[in-house]
Design a protein around this ligand. Structure first.
Ligand SMILES: NC(=O)c1ccc[n+]([C@@H]2O[C@H](COP(=O)([O-])OP(=O)(O)OC[C@H]3O[C@@H](n4cnc5c(N)ncnc54)[C@H](O)[C@@H]3O)[C@@H](O)[C@H]2O)c1
Length: 343
């Protein structure tokens, strides 16, 4: 199964196929210098499988986690490519989650003004969301994703079987992004969650995951094709993220990104029925539906967000499944809403 994404500044071919990691060479030109970028948390078996298929491979293993998304790391990797005489025709192949993908995409976009990048995302979050759409970034000056580019990978290989080595918590944290995709754009996808068509069983990845992943990717593809650079409709992909990011920062990594997005959606939803449904779904995935915070400690993180202009916050809201819109709220609204949630 493959999906194409085309925007003014590039195009991607997204291939969804179990075990495709063993067959990359059938779908991409790997007969060149390839920087295989991965982190030290990814099972090495995946990296080795990829390495063996490359003509002239150079494997770079960076420390896992957000700290690697830094300009220092960008400099180190670019210096390495210069040292190994990487040219315009060579390739960055990112094997891993969103951290490796964002970093790999960023260095490919700036090295020699831009070289080819291919991605093999290995977390649910990166397969559903971060590996497509071309947003690349590193953290800077204490703020997340402060420096970045828009740069499409030529190919994205989605191998659901790489998810088998994730913990249940990591796995479902990523699935929250699929729930978000359903809420903002795809009622049928949301129904899969409501009607227990999503397999919440112990086995990961479940046998029928394809529809969830494919539908999520179509949502992201369609939104990105409409608005590549997040000047308009692409903002709806941030549903749940304003409060989610604030909780993520407040707890400094205790909760995973998807867990915080789930909480962020739950807190923001004003449609009572929808909020109950989302809460039930999050519970089935063992995702948190309540965390402790005081309004005073959360607000500073919300006002730091780029969606706050000094007076109003541009919040994504969903009242009817599939119809997300931007709602301008002031700080009083936000405070009242956070107090409500705590009751
Ligand atoms: N570019 C975008 O559009 C976009 C969208 C959403 C999120 N993001 C970014 O994505 C990042 C988060 O991505 P993530 O959730 O994938 O986290 P991650 O990349 O940090 O991966 C999480 C952990 O899982 C490990 N791992 C990866 N694959 C594995 C596997 N198959 N089996 C076992 N362990 C594995 C990694 O080593 C890491 O320790 C954040 O930096 C966020 O800003 C980017």
């Amino acid at each position: 199964m493959s999906i194409s994404l085309k925007v003014a500044h590039g195009k991607s071919e997204i291939l969804i196929e179990r075990d495709v990691r063993n067959r990359l060479i059938q779908h991409a030109n790997l007969d060149r210098k390839v920087l295989v970028l991965c982190d030290d948390g990814i099972p090495y078996e995946y990296v080795e499988t990829v390495r063996k298929q490359c003509g002239i491979p150079f494997v770079k293993i960076i420390p896992h986690g957000e700290k690697s998304k830094s300009l220092n790391m960008v400099e180190e990797l670019c210096a390495f490519m210069v040292q190994k005489s990487f040219g315009k025709e060579d390739l960055v192949l990112a094997v891993g989650g969103g951290v490796v993908g964002d970093l790999g995409g960023f260095i490919a976009s700036i090295y020699l003004g831009g070289i080819d990048v291919i991605s093999l995302p290995t977390t649910t979050l990166s397969q559903i969301d971060s590996s497509i759409g071309g947003k690349t970034a590193v953290n800077f000056a204490g703020a997340k994703n402060m420096v970045g580019t828009f740069y499409q990978p030529s190919k994205v290989f989605i191998d659901l079987n790489t998810l088998s080595t994730l913990t249940r918590r990591q796995y479902y944290s990523g699935i929250v992004e699929a729930l978000k995709a359903g809420l903002i754009r795809d009622p049928r996808l949301f129904d899969l969650f409501v009607n227990n068509k999503v397999d919440f069983a112990e086995e990961i990845p479940p046998a029928d995951l394809e529809e969830v992943i494919e539908r999520s990717l179509y949502v992201k593809r369609d939104v990105v094709e409409e608005d590549e650079k997040e000047e308009g409709v692409r903002k709806i992909l941030n549903f749940g993220h304003t409060i989610g990011h604030a909780i993520e920062s407040l707890y400094m990594g205790k909760y995973y990104h998807g867990e915080c997005v789930g909480l962020g959606m739950l807190i923001v939803l004003e449609n009572e029925k929808l909020r109950k449904q989302v809460k039930e779904i999050l519970k089935k995935m063992d995702m948190p539906t309540y965390v402790e915070f005081t309004v005073e400690e959360l607000i500073p993180y919300i006002t730091k967000d780029k969606k706050f202009d000094g007076e109003k916050i541009s919040l994504v809201q969903v009242d009817t499944v599939g119809k997300a819109y931007i709602k301008e709220v002031d700080l009083d609204w936000m405070k009242r809403h956070l107090e409500e949630y705590k009751k």
